[in-house]
Design a protein around this ligand. Structure first.
Ligand code: NAD
Length: 362
């Protein structure tokens, strides 16, 4: 099992270091190789995704990714900005399915801005299509309008498109994932207005014929955005396109109130995947040793489950995280009255201790 470790920038190096210690504590035999990505790679090699990093990622069974970016790179030409590394990895590895679980841990119910009874026990999975839609559709650009409300004016345009195989494969991923959960899929679209999403809905409905054991319903994206804050626990698996998924997965992430807790996975058709926390490089707290490493540690658990076929080891990590939260340890982002504030390293230590069954302090 080969893991490419790409810590990146800002808190990326601090949180990935803890995830690696947790993986080491499992006593499984991994080959791990680290490479630069993002701003760190730009500084060293003049590019956010150097050829050598891409080669390592392609050859690995899985990529464990920290975060990239810093405001100091905002003025660079777009292709050289750190965030381009993520797009390059998605494209080159063919990562088309993004998994974003939103789980509300019992002990962190108060971190949510929603009432505890709405959020307690929340466990939903958003599956976002990652390589198509209006984000990548051609043509796109700026031009002088030939028609519309203001002919002759400057205008910008993008193209929303999905092909049948693109929708079929993400629908299958969603139905398969639901089979391992509560067997319900909600497909989110805007079929009432957009031709692309009427097509999406038709194709998802056709694929569903192969999954009679799974309950499927369809919801317009505006309603889904409302239902996520009104009754989030009604969902099990949500599947949607690239743009709606981008927005809804962030909304769902914030339901739990703690971005430092949320893992994510992006998979291709051979289950090779990139695993990263849902948050960014947090330049405001980088280097201070206060970042929450749990999203990255939980991403490592997803990596074990989805790409490395080590479900039992993934369970061990997830149980250890629950145990540590129950013991009252909290990084600053999830701290509340009556709990003990710890730093990145101490949080990593506690998870390692729980895995190796040593006493947890705190
Ligand atoms: P961010 O997620 O980095 O930070 C938002 C807020 O959450 C900050 O206050 C930060 O301190 C806090 N936070 C984030 N992760 C935390 C953690 N693990 N523990 C404790 N607190 C945490 O988003 P941002 O500030 O909008 O962006 C910062 C940089 O990260 C930008 O350059 C952006 O482009 C980049 N970014 C990268 C990714 C990625 O690598 N996948 C994703 C989003 C943003």
């Amino acid at each position: 099992m080969k893991i490419a470790v790409l810590p990146g920038d800002g808190i990326g190096t601090e949180i990935v270091a803890e995830a690696i210690r947790v993986l080491d504590a499992l006593d499984l035999s991994f080959e791990m190789e680290t490479a630069l990505v993002g701003g760190a790679a730009y500084e060293a090699h003049g590019h956010p995704l150097p050829e050598s990093t891409l080669k390592l990622a392609k050859e690995a069974d899985a990529v464990l990714f920290g975060a990239v970016g810093d405001w100091k790179y905002d003025k660079l030409d777009r292709p050289l900005r750190p965030e381009q590394a993520i797009l390059g990895l998605r494209k080159n590895l063919g990562l088309f399915a993004n998994f974003r679980p939103a789980i509300c841990y019992e002990q962190l119910v108060d971190a949510s801005s929603l009432k505890p009874e709405l959020i307690a026990g929340l466990d939903i999975l958003i599956i976002r299509e990652l390589t198509g839609d209006i984000y990548f559709g051609q043509p796109r650009g700026r031009r002088t309008a030939a028609d519309g409300h203001f002919p002759g004016a400057e205008e910008a345009f993008d193209t929303m498109r999905y092909s049948r195989p693109e929708v079929e494969r993400i629908a299958r991923v969603a139905f398969e994932a639901a089979r391992k959960r509560n067997k319900r899929v909600t497909s989110v679209d805007k079929a009432n207005v957009l031709e692309t999403f009427q097509f999406w809905k038709d194709v998802v409905t056709e694929v569903h014929k192969d999954y009679p054991d799974i309950e499927l319903d369809h919801m317009y994206v505006d309603n889904a955005a409302m239902q996520l804050v009104k009754a989030p626990k009604k969902f099990d698996v949500i599947v949607t396109g690239n743009m709606f998924g981008d927005i809804l997965s962030d909304e769902a992430a914030m339901l739990t109130g703690s971005i430092g807790m949320l893992p994510s996975a992006s998979l291709n058709s051979s289950n090779q995947g990139l695993y990263e926390p849902s948050h960014g490089s947090a330049p405001d707290i980088a280097g201070k040793g206060v970042a929450n490493p749990l999203a990255t540690i939980l991403s490592a658990a997803m990596m074990l489950r989805f790409s490395l076929n080590q479900a039992e080891a993934a369970d061990r990590i997830e149980s250890a995280v629950k145990h540590v939260l129950a013991s009252g340890l909290r990084t600053g982002d999830i701290w509340s009255e009556g709990t003990k504030r710890v730093g990145t390293r101490e949080m990593g230590d506690a998870v390692v201790a729980a895995i190796t069954k040593k006493t947890i302090t705190g």
